[in-house]
Ligand binder design. Structure first.
Ligand code: DC
Length: 214
């Protein structure tokens, strides 16, 4: 069983996907982390994330330890991730790993939950259950800003908003595997829903789907 959860930056898909995986006892893969680790590796070598040769070399040389660390969560790394993610060869390099985890989840789990931008459209188009989360860019900026402010009281809302707008534009406009809702995905607008309400709605869909399969 594969559950695909896609959506723009800061739409809450990561928190949701982790909770769903836990509730179902499935494997979980945050695919954004692969792009973040690739972007961070280029930055660490003082390279330009938009440079194809540097980004492809970083993707090809990723190791498990590159996927760890709070630093990967920064806005700077998010922007670098979004730049390397626009390079077709980088996406190709990272595709196998994602597909293998989805189809043969580690630890003998019976399924996997993957979250990202193109899980329902490109990585696992065959996934029987797909969700597409959205929220207005202002609401997403608000949520991200509150998280940032807890760590850094000097965070600036306008800056968070601008970074999200730029990332949305880059992720949606790229030629290869752009952020897009799969035709068979269930769309959930989270503007007026808290994380628990989104989780409950998603679990209800999953149970309905699984029940229909019995
Ligand atoms: O989900 P995130 O914010 O951690 O993702 C970081 C960037 O990685 C995002 O701006 C675009 C890219 N990405 C992608 O292109 N495809 C995915 N499946 C996941 C992330």
């Amino acid at each position: 069983m594969i559950i695909a959860i896609d959506g723009p930056a800061a739409s809450g898909k990561g928190t949701l996907a982790r909770r769903v995986a836990e509730a179902m006892d499935y494997a979980y893969l945050d695919t954004g982390l692969l792009y973040r680790a690739t972007g961070a590796k280029v930055l660490a070598e003082n390279g330009d994330p938009a440079d194809e040769a540097a980004a492809v070399a970083a993707a090809e040389n990723l190791s498990a330890s590159d996927l760890e660390g709070e630093a990967l969560r920064s806005e700077e790394v998010g922007t670098a991730a979004s730049k390397v993610a626009a390079i077709p060869r980088v996406r190709e390099v990272l595709l196998d790993f994602q597909r293998t985890l989805a189809t043969t989840p580690p630890g003998g789990k019976r399924g996997a939950v993957l979250d990202g931008r193109d899980i329902g459209t490109v990585v696992c188009p065959e996934a029987p259950i797909k969700f597409y989360l959205t929220a207005s860019v202002e609401e997403r900026a608000n949520r991200r800003f509150k998280q940032l402010q807890e760590k850094n009281p000097a965070a600036i809302y306008e800056r968070v908003l601008k970074e999200l707008e730029e990332r949305d534009a880059r992720d949606s406009a790229r030629d290869v595997a752009p952020l897009k809702m799969a035709d068979d995905a269930i769309h959930i607008d989270t503007d007026r829903l808290n994380a628990n309400a989104v989780f409950d709605a998603v679990m209800a869909h999953i149970h309905t789907h699984m029940g229909a399969d019995d």
